[in-house]
Design a protein around this ligand. Structure first.
Ligand code: AHR
Length: 503
């Protein structure tokens, strides 16, 4: 059966925030060290940043980059990470049982962001695990105050005359999780987040603040946590965070391919909770969503490994969570991007977790090459062509049964209309065996031409890119896709991510 899409310029979801294409750099494993930063690497610049990685990050098209954690941030002492590198202390990182050398710190992160160019924006997470209001204010003053005070003068003395101008701040990380250093109850966190937000706004009313939501929809405190936190912080923060990671469970690939159903329910649940609190407070303000950790993560493999092997003796930047992604994983990542775009009216920040080596679209070898994982491609294409107004597409698709989500559409899609009137359809065929014929009604959009139909699919769903075969999986052009009389006709390969650009 044919899947049908209806697109019309009068029916839109909302404008895509550039911050939807954010990512995440945590001091975890080799994300920073031998990932983005490796002095002595043949491609390293004077600051020790790997130029090969910088080029791939630019190509990926990431915008906001959350830093420095993650679980790491809940033990982070920002002052360890500034000033002369040789004076910086080595510290135990409780979150990842590693040693943090602090060779890479705040100034190096800001240098990395500047190297990425004007589309890149810092997103700084604060330690509300072992620390509180005072340290948050100190970091804010060090980073953003122009000069003439002790902490701003310290930054200047460290070589950065101009303030960093960090607008976007996360008030802690996953504070609902018992694994978090300094884990809190919702009421304890709400109070601390409110007081930190109030104080930071006293220093600078222009900051944008993200309160911690749940670290997953399956958390027992989900929704109640958000309600408690927002009841106390509603007028003080701008965003509430969501985190979600997906992996196949018990080998059930069809359910894994439908992970976007869970992501959509999560988003809709958080929107409902935000609006419920807004209604209770009779507020005119709207809280938006920061989906600041999302990805495919083979977490159970890691948990099993961690449970069965003795922890190493606090190593420096050990290889951790270095998942290698397949074609199937890329299709899931593509569908998660579609879910985010379909909620672009409320999800205005999203960060693919993470950027390099650690559950990442980019991998590196110390001293060696950097390469693109399969998941790199849907993200890069969506970031490049998913800018503009999301159309509220109507989908009429054949379905199949999944164990976790019941009857699920085989076609999962969205479309974005750019300011020049061109439209990009992003679509996934979830059938692992059958091609999916697609027809789309394009009335009122004035589209006559297929600019390109690019697909990521492979006869081997487990195919992946590796150091020795870094281009085993790349998108290919699909021929035969056409537009005639306001109607798009295409065929989506089995288990495929598709980008169809129309003009
Ligand atoms: O991204 C890996 C980890 O996942 C982060 O440190 C944490 O916030 C989440 O649990």
């Amino acid at each position: 059966r044919t899947a049908r899409l209806t697109l019309h310029p009068a029916f839109t979801v909302g404008r895509v925030s550039p911050r939807l294409f954010g990512s995440f750099v945590e001091h975890l494993g080799r994300c920073v060290y031998t990932g983005i930063y490796e002095p002595g690497h043949p491609t390293a610049d004077e600051a020790g940043l790997r130029r090969d990685v910088l080029a791939l990050v630019r190509e990926l098209g990431v915008t906001a980059i959350r830093y420095p954690g993650g679980n790491f941030v809940s033990g982070y002492r920002w002052e360890d990470s500034v000033g002369p590198v040789e004076d910086r202390p080595r510290r135990l990182d409780l979150a990842w049982h590693s040693t943090e050398t602090n060779r890479f710190g705040l100034a190096e992160y800001m240098c990395f962001m500047r190297e990425l160019g004007p589309g890149a924006e810092p997103m700084m997470a604060l330690n509300l695990g072992t620390r509180g209001v005072a340290e948050a204010l100190q970091l804010q003053e060090y980073a953003n105050h122009p000069g003439g005070t002790a902490l701003s003068a310290l930054r200047v003395s460290h070589g950065d005359k101009d303030p960093y101008g960090i607008r976007l701040w996360c008030l802690g990380n996953e504070m609902d999780g018992p694994w978090q250093t300094g884990h809190k109850t919702a009421a304890e966190y709400a109070r601390l987040a409110a007081e930190t937000a109030r104080a930071m706004r006293q220093l600078d009313p222009g900051v944008e603040l993200v309160a911690c939501g749940s670290s997953g929809r399956s958390m027992p405190t989900f929704a109640e946590w958000e309600a408690t936190v927002l009841a106390e912080t509603y007028e003080l923060v701008d965003f509430i965070s969501l985190h979600a990671y997906y992996e196949p469970q018990d080998g059930d690939i069809d359910s894994f391919l439908a992970s976007a159903s869970d992501m959509e329910s999560f988003i809709e649940g958080v929107v409902a909770t935000c609006d419920h609190i807004g209604a209770r407070l009779k507020s005119r303000k709207r809280i938006n969503l920061s989906f600041d950790e999302w990805n495919v993560w083979y977490m159970s493999r890691w948990q099993q490994q961690a449970a069965t092997s003795a922890p190493q003796d606090w190593p420096d930047a050990p290889p951790l969570l270095e998942d290698t992604y397949s074609v199937t994983d890329a299709v899931v990542v593509g569908s998660l991007l579609i879910a985010l775009l379909r909620h672009a009216d409320r999800v205005t920040i999203a960060c693919l977790a993470q950027l390099v080596n650690v559950i990442a679209p980019i991998r590196t070898e110390p001293g060696g090459p950097a390469w693109r994982q399969t998941t790199f491609f849907p993200f890069a294409q969506a970031s490049r062509h998913g800018r503009g107004e999301v159309l509220d597409v109507r989908v009429d698709s054949p379905v199949h049964d999944t164990a976790r989500y019941g009857e699920t559409d085989l076609l999962y899609a969205t479309a974005v209309r750019a300011d020049d009137g061109t439209v990009t359809v992003f679509a996934v065929n979830r059938s692992r065996t059958e091609p999916l014929p697609l027809q789309a009604a394009l009335d009122g959009l004035g589209l006559t031409t297929v600019v390109e139909h690019s697909a990521l699919a492979d006869a081997d769903p487990d195919a992946c890119n590796t150091r020795d075969d870094p281009e085993r999986v790349v998108p290919h052009q699909v021929h035969g896709t056409s537009v005639a009389d306001g109607r798009l006709t295409a065929e989506l390969e089995p288990l495929s991510w598709n980008m169809i650009r129309l003009a």
